[in-house]
Structures are given as structure tokens and as C-alpha cells.
Ligand binder design. Sequence first.
Ligand SMILES: O=C(O)c1cc(=O)[nH]c(=O)n1[C@@H]1O[C@H](COP(=O)(O)O)[C@@H](O)[C@H]1O
Length: 240
Amino acid sequence: MSKANQIIVALDVPDKERAITLIKQLPSVTFWKVGLELFVSCGPVILEILKSHNKKIFLDLKFHDIPNTVIGACRTAAGYGIDLLTIHSTVGKDALKAAKDSINEGATTANVQPPKLIAVSLLTSISASQLAFELKIPLEVPEYSLHMVLMAKQAELDGAVCSPQEVAQLRDICGKDFLLVCPGIRPNWAARGDQKRTLTPFQTIQAGADYLVIGRPITAAIEPEVAWQKVCQELSSIVP
Ligand SMILES: O=C(O)c1cc(=O)[nH]c(=O)n1[C@@H]1O[C@H](COP(=O)(O)O)[C@@H](O)[C@H]1O
């Protein structure tokens, strides 16, 4: 896979019109992420728009609820014919397993390929001190992330969303077939904003990520095409 195809751009915009503008401005982006903001605004029609442009789709709705509710949500989402879908690891192992089963059911009923279900381990916006003092989790970040990712693996999910700072350890332990998707990517020239556990695109691919999720450094740039090219350029020096 070319390095540019390992970049998923987050379509975090408030409406369909702005989404279409970005899709057209960045024709060489092959994989887009639809998150809560855009999906709440325009619903599944955005998925049809992306498909009509032959794009791959990461539907990032980060489900977090009781098993019965996540089962229903995953079943319906799987019927959209998307590529990746998120659920929070903190729903627990039983709900993760049930969600995974319902994905297969939903895709079969709709006669589409099932999306890969990936678990969010610990949001990249949470710092070590927030984990300890706000969430009161008595584990260090790498230990907690590993625990959440292993739970997802035991529940037979396809992969996890993790911070670039933990991906090397997770790759070593989870092996090459477990999908590791990293947001919290910040090129040296981009503002960190609300992201806490970040690395650069180059460092994150070198550490073993399958995919990078990048939003504002590209989409909020004055010239998104230039920012996209700069990221691709940064990755082009990586020897496969
Ligand atoms: O699941 C995600 O994609 C996700 C998980 C996480 O831990 N951190 C995280 O930033 N994300 C998403 O990744 C994107 C990052 O966007 P930027 O911070 O603008 O690059 C956003 O759409 C977030 O919703």
C-alpha cells in the first residue's frame, strides 16, 4: 500500500456542503473519516456521497452503551457498506463480542462486506495526569491502553484506535494482523490543539501504525492541498 493510502483524513466539518468542498479540494485522498459532527448534521447521505466518489469510509461514531444498544447500532451501521467502524473498549468484553457478531449479521442482511470493527483504547486527548487524577485510573497510560486493546483482541475485534505514543508497544504485542489506527498525528509545523499524546506522521508510521487519522493539520490549513502534499512528502522517505 502506498503511504498516501495509509492516511485517513477526518471530515470534521459541520455540513454536507463543506464536506463536498473538501472532498473535491483533495482528490488524491482515498480514505475519509466521517465522525460525530458530520454524521449528526447530515446522516447516512454523506456515506453515499463518499461512495459516489469511490472513497473508502471510516465511520467513527465511537459507540458507547449497553450491549443491546451497541448491538443494534453496529448492525445498522454495518449495513451501510463502510470500511471501518469504532466502538469504545470501555463498553466491556461482552458488549464488544456481541457488537462484532452483530456487524456480521448486519452486513449479511444488507449484502455488503462487513466493516472492520475497531476499539478506541484511550482518547488521544487524555493526558497521563488526566488519566490519574480525573478518571482515577490507577495505571500508567501504556499499561491502561494495552489492557483495553487486549480486551478488544480477546473479543475478536479487528483492531484498535490508539495514540501514536503507544503504537510501537501495541504492534509488538498484538502482531502484524491486528489493525492499529492512530489519530493524534501532528506534523512539526501543525498546532497540537486539544491533542495530548501525539507524534509526527513519519514517527507514527515508523512505530508500526497501519493508518494515520489526520484532521485539522490538513482540513483547517489555509491551503489543504499544500498541507496534504507536505504530509505525503514527509512519509515518502520511509523505506517499506
Ligand atoms: O476514533 C478516532 O478517530 C479518534 C480517537 C482518538 O483517540 N482521538 C481522536 O482524535 N480521534 C479522532 O481523530 C480525529 C483527529 O482530528 P485532528 O485532531 O483534527 O487531527 C478527530 O476526528 C477525532 O474524533
